[in-house]
Ligand binder design. Structure first.
Ligand SMILES: [Zn+2]
Length: 404
């Protein structure tokens, strides 16, 4: 297939024609709250729209993801857009009702507008445009998935989908907000727990026992010193470390506690791994006897599917000259007249599984800006919706031609 200006303008025309439908669909999705592990109603709404616009097959899997399929060629592309959102801390801090999908000056506001409901709305309508304009090459199968629980445990639900259901994509396009750039990586992370043990005794005579909190103090100080002195990478930035919670076990407020636990958020850059992050903590002064371990993710999905998952989320970066990155840039150039920039996310995405754990080449292209994600100003511009629908419509054809 050769790409022509005429094709690009047909895709543009169709995306503009369906922008009102995308807006209506997105506002519907925003009006259906879908906090992590409570996405059922939103998933069913997406299934309904996929059926309406004419996907070849639509199903909800055992985990609770919705998967629409077009085509049945040997090269498999997965579009992944998570559809869960973080919660609302203080509704009065919002200028617009977080669950109305308020529309003002060509911007849609609401929880999940940027992260990440806009992308699935565009992807579903790209499916419609692909069918109508016959844009899917014969060698391609396109899966479009609305994925659950990304905010709570990035990568888990898509990993289960890929490894247990025979969906083995050759590449993944994440819809996470990129401000219409091609993103190709981000830092990894892990959640670590450190426990010190002491000996409890009456707090009126603390010298009889060993205070587990005091045993934790040098470890906390060591962690504070690590921050700012971790490995750095020019593309995705430095690693970071923070103690995010502390608790102790004590029989009463007049008993010396015999157990103290801290929780650590560790962001990893290139060259840092979960193992190296754990070893680094074990090597801190005072940590000789401490227990250091990874946290587990155990929240069942809305369908009751039970995770067994270590909370480690590997760093991933796809090289700038990788054919998939080039295909993304080429697609942008054909549609928008210039190559989109390449970038990386500050936050984490399902890419930690698709590329980080499974080694499947992954890029991101999505509407909205990362700075609005999780904020009280959660929003997406309507022109971003049109442009994203254009990109998702043409990308499979460019991939088919460019990536052998
Ligand atoms: Zn997201």
């Amino acid at each position: 297939m050769k790409f022509t200006d005429e094709q690009a303008s047909k895709i543009k025309e169709a995306s503009e024609k369906y922008t009102d439908d995308i807006v209506t669909f997105l506002r519907d999705l925003i009006a259906i709250p879908s906090f992590s592990s409570q996405e059922g109603d939103c998933i069913k709404r997406i299934k309904e729209e996929m059926e309406k616009v004419g996907f070849d097959e639509v199903r909800i899997d055992a985990i609770g993801n919705v998967i629409g399929t077009i085509g049945n060629g040997p090269k498999k592309i997965l579009y992944d857009s998570h559809i869960d959102t973080v919660a609302i801390a203080d509704p009065t801090a919002w200028n617009h009702d977080p669950f109305k999908g308020a529309l003002k000056d060509d911007i849609i506001y609401g929880r999940g507008a940027s992260d990440n409901k806009a992308a699935i709305a565009c992807m579903v309508y790209a499916g419609k445009i692909i069918k109508e304009l016959d844009l899917l090459p014969e060698d391609i199968t396109l899966y479009i998935a609305g994925v659950v629980q990304e905010e709570d445990c990035d990568g888990w639900a898509v990993y289960e989908m890929i490894t247990t259901q025979g969906i083995k994509p050759d590449c993944v396009v994440l819809g996470e907000c990129t401000n219409l750039a091609i993103n190709r990586g981000h830092r990894g992370r892990c959640e670590i727990k450190v426990t010190t043990k002491g000996v409890s005794c009456h707090a009126s005579a603390p010298e009889r026992g060993v205070n587990a909190i005091y045993k934790m103090l040098p470890i906390i100080q060591g962690i504070e010193k690590l921050q700012g002195n971790l490995k750095d990478d020019p593309f995705i930035g430095p690693g970071s470390i923070a103690v995010t919670s502390i608790e102790c076990k004590t029989a009463s407020l007049n008993v010396v506690p015999d157990e103290c636990t801290i929780y650590i958020d560790r962001r990893m850059t290139v060259g840092e791994t979960t193992e190296s992050s754990i070893e680094e903590i074990k090597a801190l002064p005072g940590a000789e006897e401490a227990e250091v371990s990874l946290l587990q993710y155990e929240t069942p999905s809305w369908t009751g599917y039970q995770p067994e998952w270590d909370k480690y989320f590997p760093t991933w970066v796809l090289e700038e000259d990788h054919p998939l990155v080039e295909a993304g840039m080429k697609c942008g150039e054909i549609l928008f007249g210039e190559m989109p920039p390449t970038s990386r996310w500050v936050f984490s995405t399902d890419g930690i599984s698709t590329m980080g754990r499974l080694g499947i080449p992954t890029i991101g292209f999505g509407p909205a800006e990362e700075r609005h994600a999780h904020s009280v100003d959660d929003q997406v511009r309507i022109d971003h919706l049109t442009k994203s629908a254009m990109f998702y419509s043409l990308f499979p054809a460019v991939y088919s031609k460019h990536v052998k």
